[in-house]
Write a protein that binds this ligand. Structure first.
Ligand SMILES: NC(=O)c1ccc[n+]([C@@H]2O[C@H](COP(=O)([O-])OP(=O)(O)OC[C@H]3O[C@@H](n4cnc5c(N)ncnc54)[C@H](OP(=O)(O)O)[C@@H]3O)[C@@H](O)[C@H]2O)c1
Length: 333
């Protein structure tokens, strides 16, 4: 089969498309014919050897491919050839014509959902769901501040929080992308590009909430924005650490948690998938039910052929991407 292959950790340009042997599925696996896979920020970390999980070399990047089951292992129950699924592969492997994934990590997609939509939604909506529901313990009508709201996880969190009935504040660093965030359902924009962010973030959140603050902060950014955002939490607020796209991994002074009765928790979704497949299944059921009801929709998505994987990842790295980029297969024969 054809696949994007990483032979050595480094810049995305080091990876290349070439022929590799087809995967050999085991008894609990599904062999999936891949139709679409999104490009993600985390691909760049994995390809650079900068992610907490380092794949063995060589490896095929690409998370959350969507496609058709070609065969199911002897011990697999509940799936059959021809089923349309999203395959939450770990650590990667989706930038390929075929992938073998444990059936427990595969989820049937709605009949009305194109593969491009399934791939576009994978990884970002489930990350948003676990951040809000599981780590953030979202309760009806709470105020959610989503940082990095112009990114994949951020836009999904804005849309999902809105669909769940939250008041949504969206932290935006690139003002030119604010329209996209408003369309996703944000009630107010918090400008993350201000120089005095340590104070101005809290001022903006308090202005938008009548001094209450944010009940939940979803933080894919870290760095100085985390330091500022923790100060904008309401009493008994919860901040969920999702990533460090802004650079520095922040530290927390424990007295701050005590004085304000606040929680800071972390999310590592791959680990949840392994340990709590039941919860992951519930997550995809709810996301797909909201999709079918028209209450959430895939983020703006640009479709490119797999051959353009480096362009797609460069757009994410260089912060020029708007919404999601999905890579599709130009199938042979
Ligand atoms: N914990 C988990 O299980 C999990 C799961 C998925 C993703 N993640 C992590 O979450 C983070 C975001 O992923 P993603 O897929 O949403 O990435 P993405 O689509 O590339 O979005 C990145 C976001 O970060 C913002 N950003 C980047 N550099 C910034 C800076 N210096 N200052 C302020 N904002 C900055 C971008 O703003 P602009 O639009 O202005 O560029 C954008 O909103 C990554 O670190 C990823 O690894 C973690």
């Amino acid at each position: 089969m054809r696949a994007v292959v990483v032979d050595a950790f480094g810049p995305i340009e080091n990876a290349a498309i070439r022929e590799v042997p087809d995967p050999v599925p085991g008894p609990v696996d599904l062999l999936v014919e891949v139709h679409a896979t999104a490009a993600n920020y985390v691909d760049i970390l994995l390809m650079g050897g900068r992610h907490q999980s380092k794949p063995g070399l060589p490896f095929i990047p690409g998370k959350g491919p969507a496609g058709i089951v070609r065969s199911a292992g002897a011990e697999v129950a509940g799936f059959a050839a021809g089923d349309r699924v999203v395959a939450m592969c770990e650590p990667a492997g989706g930038f390929a014509e075929l992938i073998s994934v444990p059936a427990a990590q595969c989820h049937r997609i709605p009949a009305s959902m194109p593969f491009e939509d399934a791939a576009s939604m994978a990884l970002v909506y489930d990350t948003a769901w676990f951040s809000l529901r599981e780590r953030g313990r979202y309760a009806d009508g709470e105020t959610v501040l989503v940082l990095g709201a112009t990114g994949g996880v951020g836009l999904a969190a804005v849309q999902l929080a809105k669909a769940l009935g939250a008041k949504v504040l969206a932290g935006v660093a690139s003002a030119s992308k604010a329209g996209m965030v408003r369309e996703a359902g944000a009630d107010a924009i918090v400008d993350l590009a201000r120089e005095d962010i340590h104070d101005s973030l809290r001022e903006q959140v308090h202005a938008a909430t009548g001094g209450h603050g944010a009940d939940i902060v979803i933080d894919p950014l870290g760095d100085a924005i985390f330091d500022a955002a923790i100060r904008a939490l309401a009493w008994c607020g919860r901040l969920v650490v999702v990533g460090f796209a802004a650079g520095r991994i922040p530290t927390i002074r424990a007295n701050y948690l005590l004085v304000r009765n606040i929680d800071v928790s972390g999310l590592q979704i791959g680990d949840y998938r392994r340990r709590r497949p039941d919860l992951t299944a519930r997550c995809f059921e709810e996301i797909y039910a909201l999709y079918e009801a028209g209450r959430i929709a895939p983020l703006p998505t640009r479709i490119l052929p797999l051959e353009k994987f480096a362009d797609a990842l460069a757009a994410i790295r260089d912060r020029t991407a708007r919404g999601r980029i999905v890579l599709t297969q130009n199938r042979r024969g």
